[in-house]
Design a protein. Sequence first.
Length: 430
Amino acid sequence: MTKSSKGQNIELDLDRVAANGLLSRRHLLSAALGGAGLAMARPVIGQEPGINLEIPAWSKTPGPGTSPYGNRSAHAQLERQSGFGNPLYPGGGASRSPLQHLQGTITPNSLHFERHHAGIPAIDPAGHKLVIHGLVHQPLVFDYEDLLKYQMVSKIYFLECSGNSGALLYGGNPDGTAQSLHGLVSCAEWTGIPLSALLEEAGLLPEARWIAAVGADAASMGRSIPLDKAMDDSLLALFQNGEPVRPEQGYPMRLFNPGWEGNTSVKWLTQIKVTRNPLQFRDETSKYTDTLPDRTSLQFTFPMDVKSLITSPSGQMRVTQGDIYRVTGIAWSGAGSIRRVEVSADGGQTWGDALIESQQLDKALVRFSIPWKWNGAPAVLQSRATDSAGNVQPTRDAVIAAKGTINRYHNPCIQSWGVNTAGEVTNVYV
Ligand SMILES: Nc1nc2c(c(=O)[nH]1)N[C@H]1C(S)=C(S)[C@@H](COP(=O)(O)O)O[C@H]1N2
Ligand SMILES: [Mo]
C-alpha cells in the first residue's frame, strides 16, 4: 500500500462516519487507488537497517518441486472445529468453518462446514443410483456416468445450517468465536444439473406438488421440497469449486436448494419421489421446526434470513489502542443479494456504511470492510445487513420478541463483539 501524501498528519484528515472510531470506507478505497487513503505500510526513513534488500535464505536455493496435490503453507494452517459427538448418533455431528481466518467469499472445500446425521457413507459412484419416481409419466434411474453427460450450470451459493448461531439465543458463550458461534455457513461454486431438467424428463403428472428427496447415508435422511422450488433453482450438484463434490458434502451427488436451510440440501442423494403432499420425514417434524412460546411450531421455514457477521476483530482476538483496523466480515441472504452493510462501534447507536469488497451475487456471501481506529475506550462492534428484498437484519431482542427462545433454528440476529479497555474481544449481548 502506498504511503499517504499527507504523511504523519493523516489522522487529522480521517472522516469519522460513526461514533467510537469508525472511519469512512472511502479511506480504504482511495488507499487502494494510490490516493490519500490510510497508509498501513511503514514509511522508510533514511537508511533503516533491515531494508537494504538483503536476499533471504529462501531465495538462495531452489525449493521442492511440483506435487500431485497442493497444500496450504505451514504458516497458514486452518482447521474446521468439531463439536462433541453423541454416542447415540454414531457419525453424527457438525464441524464449523474457521470464518475468522478466511477472506473473500469462497470457502475452500477442505474447510466447508459439515453436518452429518449418521456419518459419511463410503459411496462408490459405479454402484450409486439416482431414482426419480412417484407422480411421473416415466420413472427413471440414472447412473453417475449418465448424469455427467447432461448440460450443467455453475452458481456461487452459500449453504447455512438453520441451527447456525442458535447458541446466541440462550446467552453465555463469552469465549465464543466467529467459528464456534457462526461457523455453520460456507460458500462455494456448485456445478450441477438443474433439477427441473431431470423432473421434466420423467414428466410430471398434473397432481404433482412436492418432491421427497432421500440420501444414501445410514440416516436415510429425507426432506420434502415444494415442486415450485425444485422447478425454480434447485440443483443436482455434482461439483464443488471445480472438483467432484467432497464425500463430506455428498459425493457423488447432492441436492442443493439455494438460499434454503442446509438440511433441505440432501447429501448422497439417491431417491426423488414426486408426491402430492409432503411426506413428513423425521427432519421436518421432530427436527427443523421452529417452536414458538405458545408451543405451536412453524414447519417448512425454508429460506435463510438476511444476516451478517464481523469476522475480524472477533471473539478471542485482541486489539491495540491507537491502531487502525480493517473491520471485515461476511453477509448473505436467502431472499436475494446483499445491498448494504452497516457497522457500529457503539453497540448500535450510530452506524457507518461499510465497503462491499466482493461481487453481490444472489444467495451468496459478500465480503465487507470498514476502517476503525480503536481509541482505547470500551466498544461494541456490530454489523447489520440489508438485502435486495428490503429485509434488514434484526437485533437479538427483536428475534427473541418475535419467536422466543424455545426455538433454536433460524437465528439471524446481529452479533455483538465487545472490546474491553485491555483490548480483548469477546462475545457480548447488548
Ligand atoms: N443425506 C443427508 N443429507 C444431509 C445431511 C445428512 O446428515 N444426511 N445433513 C443436512 C444438514 S442438517 C445440513 S446443514 C447440510 C450440511 O451440508 P454440508 O455437510 O455439505 O455442509 O446437509 C444436509 N443434508
Ligand atoms: Mo443443518
